[in-house]
Ligand binder design. Structure first.
Ligand code: BG6
Length: 450
């Protein structure tokens, strides 16, 4: 792994005035500066189309704002103008002279996919992509279906070598998600029974209380399936079910995730979608068929998992903010079942439900938890974006999505979309604040009533 402290680094954030940059990227860099993990020689160049923006306005809620203020400059430019890239290249070289030599350049494209496309092209044409020690960090969505994802992969690879590219899925960088690998690898008790003989089903849920928060254009083109299932939920599924690489082969993790994704097939009888009441008014499209809720069941052809349903569920404007992976064990001849929950957020932790005799004269059996909470042992967890930056600086691809994985996940999403088209029932309208169970019940009764 690369030595980050010694390598002078310039982070170029394209789209620095955007929501993601203000909410996540700049605060993450502020935290990293406070923790002393940034390279000694570090600069940020913020590229923006806005001509009049002050860096102080971008750093309002950022820890260590002073550190960032002294290292950050803004470069207003048109993102489709070749001359702008030539000027930016000259400006980067000037910065490098001040830093004492060629720097590692990290390009972070914090812009919508349509904007990213010409930027990638210009980085190629201007030669900036091929400057030594250059890395490209891309935000999802990586396409809208298999075909567009394939085109995007080819487009990026016309300018950048695969090892220069870091596709961000911020879920992979969450502490609790990184721990899935550790939990499985370092606790043989569980890994030995991590298969179809012991496990009855796997459910992965990402439920959100928020709606679409003003991202109208984005969400109307995306929907819950492309937004959360294609990326975060399939990545969680892959980490949970994949074959673990050898201890010293961690760089093989993206390949192992892709191999698992390749085994997943959609169950066309269990593909559900819903939309929260009020969504159509919010987006100003009375005919919108975009789903804000999706629940799909998949099966793996891997002999280790054959016959075990894997259900991925996500939705906006639901009753609770909660992301978790629930492993339900087989009951055998017993009427009860054990359940293991990996709680990704909030109240990060791990819980195993088992049964105990309630003390007393009667033989009453009760379900009780065996629980571990991060907060009790480790205090505050670093934000996922801190890991994203640090690992890109170090050149560690483990927490990023490879093109192989991206293409496999779109294959699955495309199959869900075609199953939706042929399935009766269509889109279930649900009241805001509903639970996933309630939405699925409503769908079932709507179908019966038709
Ligand atoms: C993003 C999605 O990738 O993840 C959003 O585009 C979603 O729609 C968000 O709200 C959820 O992330 P987190 O970390 O809050 O669970």
């Amino acid at each position: 792994m690369e030595n980050t402290a010694r390598t002078p680094t310039i982070l170029i954030i394209v789209g620095i005035t955007g929501n993601l940059s203000r909410r996540k990227l700049l605060p993450a860099i502020g935290e990293m500066a406070a923790a002393g993990v940034l390279p000694e020689q570090f600069r940020i160049v913020g590229v923006t189309r806005q001509q009049t923006v002050a860096s102080s306005a971008l750093l309002e809620n950022v820890k260590n704002a002073e550190y960032l203020r002294t290292r950050m400059t803004l470069s207003p430019m048109s993102l489709t103008d070749a001359a702008g890239y030539a000027r930016l290249g000259a400006y980067l070289r000037e910065n490098e002279r001040e830093l004492g030599g060629a720097a590692q350049r990290l390009w972070y494209l914090s812009v919508p996919p349509k904007t990213a496309w010409p930027i990638i092209e210009h980085l190629g044409l201007s030669g900036l992509a091929k400057a030594p020690n250059t890395k490209l960090l891309l935000e999802k969505p990586f396409g809208v279906d298999s075909e567009s994802a394939r085109e995007l992969v080819m487009h990026v690879e016309r300018s950048f070598a695969p090892e220069q590219v870091y596709r961000i899925d911020h879920y992979l960088a969450k502490e609790t998600v990184q721990n899935i690998l550790v939990f499985r690898r370092d606790n043989p008790l569980f890994e030995h029974s991590w298969n179809k003989d012991a496990i009855e089903r796997v459910d992965i849920l990402a439920s959100e209380t928020i709606g679409i928060e003003g991202r109208i254009a984005f969400y109307e083109q995306t929907g819950a399936l492309r937004d959360l299932v294609q990326s975060h939920l399939l990545q969680l599924a892959a980490l949970t079910l994949m074959t673990l690489p050898e201890e010293d082969q961690l760089q093989r993790v993206p390949h192992a995730r892709a191999a698992l994704l390749r085994t997943l097939q959609v169950d066309p009888d269990h593909v559900h979608r819903g939309q929260y009441a009020g969504y159509r008014d919010e987006v100003g499209n009375p005919a919108s068929m975009v789903e804000t809720f999706a629940s799909v069941t998949l099966f793996s052809t891997d002999p280790r998992w054959r016959g075990v349903p894997l259900t991925l569920t996500t939705g906006k404007a639901l009753a609770e903010k909660k992301t978790e992976i629930v492993i339900t064990y087989r009951r055998g001849s017993a009427p009860k079942t054990n359940r293991l929950t990996l709680r990704i957020q909030p109240n990060e932790g791990i819980e195993l439900c088992f049964f105990a005799k309630r003390p007393g004269y009667d033989r009453t059996i009760e379900r009780v938890p065996l629980a571990f909470a991060y907060a009790d042992y480790f205090g505050a967890l670093p934000d996922a974006y801190e890991h994203v930056f640090l690992d890109a600086l170090r050149g560690d691809h483990t927490l990023f999505a490879s093109s192989e994985e991206v293409l496999e996940s779109w294959r699955i999403v495309d199959a869900v979309r075609s199953a939706w088209e042929t399935r009766p029932g269509g889109l279930t309208l649900y009241p805001q604040g509903a639970t996933p169970e309630r939405i699925l019940e409503k769908e079932a009764s709507d179908i019966l009533g038709q």
